[in-house]
Every structure is written in structure tokens, then in C-alpha cells.
Design a protein around this ligand. Sequence first.
Ligand SMILES: Cc1cc2nc3c(=O)[nH]c(=O)nc-3n(C[C@H](O)[C@H](O)[C@H](O)COP(=O)(O)OP(=O)(O)OC[C@H]3O[C@@H](n4cnc5c(N)ncnc54)[C@H](O)[C@@H]3O)c2cc1C
Length: 431
Amino acid sequence: MTLEALDKAIEKKTFPGEEDWPAGDREALAAFRQSGVWMFPPDPTERSATLGGMTACNASGARTLFYGSTRHYVARLRMVLADGSILDLRRGACLAADQGQFQLALPDRMIREGVIPGYVMPPIKNAAGYFSQPGMDLLDLFIGSEGTLGVFTEIEIMLIPAPEMILGVIGFFPSESEALAFVRSARIESVSGEKSSLPSRPLALEYFDAHALDLLREQKQKVGPSSPIPALPSDAGSAVYIELAATENSMEEAAEALLASLEACGSRSDSAWTATSPEETERLKAFRHALPEAVNQRIGERAAANPGLTKLGTDFAVPDEALEKMLATYHQLLEAEKLDYVIFGHIGNNHVHVNILPRDLVEYRRGKALYLELAKQALGWGGTVSAEHGIGKLKKPLLQLMYGDAGIDAMRAVKRVFDPESRLNPGNMFD
Ligand SMILES: Cc1cc2nc3c(=O)[nH]c(=O)nc-3n(C[C@H](O)[C@H](O)[C@H](O)COP(=O)(O)OP(=O)(O)OC[C@H]3O[C@@H](n4cnc5c(N)ncnc54)[C@H](O)[C@@H]3O)c2cc1C
């Protein structure tokens, strides 16, 4: 099931094959239809993503800042293991011991025994390697396992009540330092417990640096009047997209508080773009999505002249205290190499994507070397090499860098418990 189909089913409260459901389930559906508006919070931007793929990658997205990633909304998994046996696992049914040992009973009474990896995951947004925590729920081992441990055939998800309304605002700032001051003030409550400048904790805080804004300006000019990108303020050197949950009654007050908070950090409130209806919010989201599209177009043009050239996109996140240091280091090293790049993404989680856009293959090689350097820096600050996209095949050396030989061996040992012949997604995460 795709995310698009799932969201539509939740909105319409109509599900494929519901007429054949058992009586108890149809009663539950009738009760669900009488209740309010519900949502499945994970939103990794790409609407064609399947629920299986999202669970396998523990997908997140802009609102992960508030709602958390896919794993928080998975209640049960039914999986087919590599030898064809079925594992049906409900949250809470099987916990690892504090020392990491686990035992899982399959329907054929076979017991699978193993030990979860002993590495310590950084306490930040993280999608690198198998999930591991003392006493963890075994369901979390499979979520984010990138299809290496089993094939999910049923996924039971949890929904939550949807906010009545969502206020979306893009605030423009003269430079990066003002945007960073705003981000600090907007999330202060969740980071240090002090009173935030906003009326509620933001659902999303997304960043665009000066290079990203320039690329959008250029794209708008290229496309001409039919471009969906609105004219950007000419003096803007950075921007932050903010979302707040609101009600019809609180919307005006929330918008005023947010604009005042932007102004206090050096943003002109008359330059901000505000969305108070779902249609307007979709327009702001479309603006946000225009950036990766523009990146892909620029890199596509360069790749046509330089076969083998790709963009080099980071997915690193760091702890709160390293946010400013991380951005300053990114700019310093990228400028020193004279590389073309944009920085954008989930700044609320200290998780911005650097997209290096090499002009030719010489720059591509220099970019790759720098990419590794940036990964080492992020790890040095206690960060992760992948906060949401996972490891796959291309980022295996980064996972090795993060967890070392012992960590990789521990993951291999877990895989052997469920897939001793390495049939499922061989070569994903580790060899
Ligand atoms: C434009 C764009 C923007 C994106 N933005 C974000 C973002 O902001 N945040 C984010 O987290 N992600 C983002 N993504 C990535 C997105 O989350 C993933 O592409 C998506 O979640 C994967 O779902 P899929 O159906 O495409 O899976 P696929 O790409 O088909 O598969 C992904 C992996 O999951 C495995 N898999 C698939 N189905 C199953 C199953 N049933 N059982 C076991 N394993 C399975 C596959 O073997 C594969 O290893 C973005 C992607 C795009 C294209």
C-alpha cells in the first residue's frame, strides 16, 4: 500500500476489501467512522513510498521533529523469513534482555536466539544500522532493517488524532546566523525546558541556506512566469519553514506570536509567507519540494556532459550543541574546495542535507573526499552518518566508520539468526 493510498483511506475512512472483514473489525470500523479526524504522521515527502518500504527504512520527514519516525507508529509486523517461516510479532510481545540476548518463538516452535548489537546509538535522529538498545522491543530490530531480516507482509499501524488546523510560515532572514537564532528560540522548550518564543512546540522546522535560495531564484527565472515558485525577497540570505498545530480559535494568535518571534530574530514579518488553510500549506510544501527538483535538474544537466557524475547528498545529524559548529564547518570546507552546493532540510533535528553539485568529474572526486571528511566531523561531534535515508549499498563505508568492525560483526550475527544464507537484500548495510 502506498502512502498516498493509505492517507486517502484514512481520510475517507474506507478501506480496500472492508466488506469481507470479520464482524468485529467491521464494528471497529463503524466506531472509527463516528470518531474525529485521524492521521498516520510519518511523511517522507514521496507519496509513492509504500508502507513496507517506509517501515523497512524507518522513514521520517519534516514533521518527525514533533511526531517521531515510522517506528513509533508500527504496532505489529507479520514477516516471511528467508526460509519461508512466518514471524508474527506484536509490540511488547518480545523484549531483549538487558545484556542483549533475545529469543523468538516461531509458529513451528522453532526458537530463534541471538544477541542485539552492543553499540550505543547516538541519542538523536538516527537511521544507521540495526536499532539496538538494552531491553529493547524486538519489533524495533526489524523496523529500519532495510529488508535484510524479513519481508513484511502485514503491518499494523497506529493512528493519532489530526490537529484541527496547521499554520505554515516561511520566514526569510538576512543571513544564516539570524535563522539559527530563530531555530534556537523556537525549539528551546524541547531542548532545555525554557519557555519557547512560540505558542506551541513546532511540528516542523526546515532550513534553506543562501545557495538553496539562489538555486530557487535561478530555477524560477529559467521557467519564467509559469514557475510555481513565488518571487523570493531579494534581500533574503536564508529561510526557515515552520509548522505549528492550531485550532480555528487559536490560529490568529499563533500566527501573530510566530511572526513576532521571527521579527525578534531579524526577519521582516511583511516578507514572510503564511499558510492557514490546507491548500495554502500545500503551496508552501510545493515550494519546499521545488528545491530537490531544482538540484536534480542541475545535476542532470551536468551528468549529461560528464557520465558517472552524481550529486553527493549527506544525511548526517548531530546533537543540539553542535548545530552551529556543523553549519560553520560545512560552509568553510565547501567554500575552501570551491564546490557548488546547497544546504537544506530538517534543522529542527540538527539534520540538514548538504548537496554537493560537482561541475565535472574532477570536482566529483574532490566532493567525495570531502563528503568522507564531513562524515568524520559529524561522528566526532557524536552524530550519525544517516539520520533518515538509511545505509543501503552506497553508504556501507560510512556505517563501518560509525560502528567499527565490532558493530558490523554484531549486525552480521543478527542477520545470520534470521537469514543464515544471506538471501534477503544481500550487500545492504554490510557484506
Ligand atoms: C523525493 C524524495 C524525498 C524523500 N524525502 C524523504 C524524507 O524527507 N525523509 C525520509 O525518511 N525519506 C525520504 N525519502 C525516502 C523515502 O522515505 C523512501 O524512499 C521510502 O520510504 C521507501 O519506500 P519505497 O516504497 O520507495 O521503498 P523501496 O525503495 O522500494 O524499498 C526501500 C527498502 O525497503 C525494502 N522493502 C520494501 N518493502 C519491503 C517489505 N514489504 N518488507 C521488507 N523490506 C521491504 C526494500 O528491499 C529496500 O531495501 C524521500 C524519497 C524521495 C524519492
